[in-house]
Design a protein around this ligand. Structure first.
Ligand code: CAA
Length: 379
């Protein structure tokens, strides 16, 4: 058992850390306040290779392992979770799904541009009446000769308006239940595809979350991913890896808040000494550091299992469940350490707390992770 980083891991981590500090930190509060997407920053992240980190270099990816990806996600999320959710969806859901299950033509046509960050992608599973209950898809895709006709609405789609390519899950044979669900690649410009309203959110306010409407959108048969009926399994397999990305995001949010609280506790004086010299604060810091370390081990283990080609579905569910809970706990405590300053925007920790909350909801709520874990235990 090794608990060491390689030199490559450290180089990736440091590059992500430098980028986050120099490019994401300036303006992060304003982007949050104005709910403004970090266009320029995401473009630069593409140029630096952060948008297709694990993709084979022959498809313009970085050819890196999942540990490197997790390290980069952690660093970006310490500063800007709105940027990191775009990165996570593009890497883990869109690029991974296409590389693993897409045809050679799909990889040539779409993956190369997605992995290089030239364009970004979105993953469209959730619907107004199908969030946790993802098998209840109402979006339909009916085959008509050499194409499908897509109709329906998707909700809460990350990169909803900024994406160019959308992986859409739809029902192709309702009589077969989840085994009649298929996955498709849909382009933004196609007729009948309308980008709906942008959500005004509690956190990750810089990310671009929309509903999407499909009205008789013609999708060529060659844009189906895998066989007809493979779509639900595609979504579940893809989300297993997505959950590692979100777990890393939660870990980063927690670490970012902890680092701010630690630094503040050494500067701020009360009762004649830095508050870090008071046991009330020391115990908070000890709890935060311990929880973060435990979350980190779960996140890295799930990434490692994926890199070894071993089953990581339970590990990723556990990592996301725990890391998101830690993100919530630690960010609340980081505000408490900051006192009144923690409650105002300038000190960042209130934003990190608002951002933390979504990690307990998207890519499967904490309750869904418990279903995944308990079913596996009891199988
Ligand atoms: N890995 C692999 N396969 C899985 C799986 C997993 N983690 N979980 C379920 N499956 C498979 C099952 O094995 C089964 O396959 P077969 O029929 O071939 O055996 C199939 O999926 C159906 O599973 P169940 O019979 O258990 O179905 P269910 O309805 O009882 O439960 C569920 C399914 C696990 C609750 C599933 O609906 C689920 O994960 N829901 C949460 C959906 C979710 O995570 N949404 C996130 C939206 S994407 C997002 O947030 C992205 C973003 O923008 C940030």
């Amino acid at each position: 058992m090794h608990f060491e980083y390689t030199e490559e891991h450290l180089a990736v981590r440091d590059a992500a850390r430098d980028f986050a500090k120099s490019e994401l930190l300036p303006g992060v509060i304003e982007r949050d306040t104005e709910a403004r997407f970090p266009y320029e920053q995401i473009k630069k992240m593409g140029e630096l290779g952060f948008m297709g980190m694990m993709v084979d270099p022959k498809y313009n990816g970085g050819g890196m392992d999942t540990i490197s990806y997790v390290l980069a996600m952690e660093e970006i999320s310490k500063i800007d979770a709105s940027a990191s959710v775009s990165m996570s969806v593009n890497n883990s859901l869109v690029c991974w799904g296409l590389e693993k299950y897409g045809s050679e033509e799909q990889k040539e046509k779409y993956l190369k541009r997605l992995a290089s960050g030239e364009i970004i992608g979105a993953f469209c599973l959730s619907e107004p009446e199908a969030g946790s209950d993802a098998t209840s898809q109402k979006t339909t895709a009916e085959r008509e000769g050499d194409h499908y006709v897509l109709n329906g609405t998707k909700n809460w789609i990350t990169n909803g308006n900024t994406a160019s390519v959308y992986l859409v899950i739809a029902q192709t044979d309702p009589a077969k239940g989840h085994k009649g669900i298929s996955a498709f690649i849909v382009e933004k410009e196609w007729e009948g595809f309308v980008i709906g309203k942008k959500e005004d959110k509690l956190g990750i306010r810089g990310s671009d979350t929309h509903s999407l409407m499909f009205s008789d959108v013609k999708v060529p048969v060659e844009n189906r991913i895998g066989e007809e009926g493979f779509g639900f399994n595609f979504a579940m397999m893809t989300l297993n890896g997505g959950r590692i990305g979100i777990a890393a995001q939660a870990l980063g949010i927690a670490s970012g808040a902890y680092e701010l609280a630690l630094a503040y506790s050494k500067e701020r004086k009360a009762f004649g000494k830095p508050i870090s010299q008071h046991q009330a604060i020391q115990f908070k810091l000890a709890d935060m550091a311990t929880q973060i370390e435990a979350a980190r081990l779960l996140v890295y283990k799930s990434a490692w299992l994926k890199d070894q080609g071993m089953d990581y579905s339970d590990a990723s569910a556990m990592a996301k469940l725990y890391a998101s809970e830690v993100a919530m706990n630690v960010t609340i405590e980081a505000i408490q350490v900051h006192g009144g300053y923690g409650y105002v925007k300038e000190y960042h920790v209130e934003r990190l707390m608002r951002d933390a909350k979504i990690t307990q909801i998207y890519e499967g709520t904490s309750e869904i992770q418990k279903i995944v874990i308990s079913r596996s235990i009891l199988r």
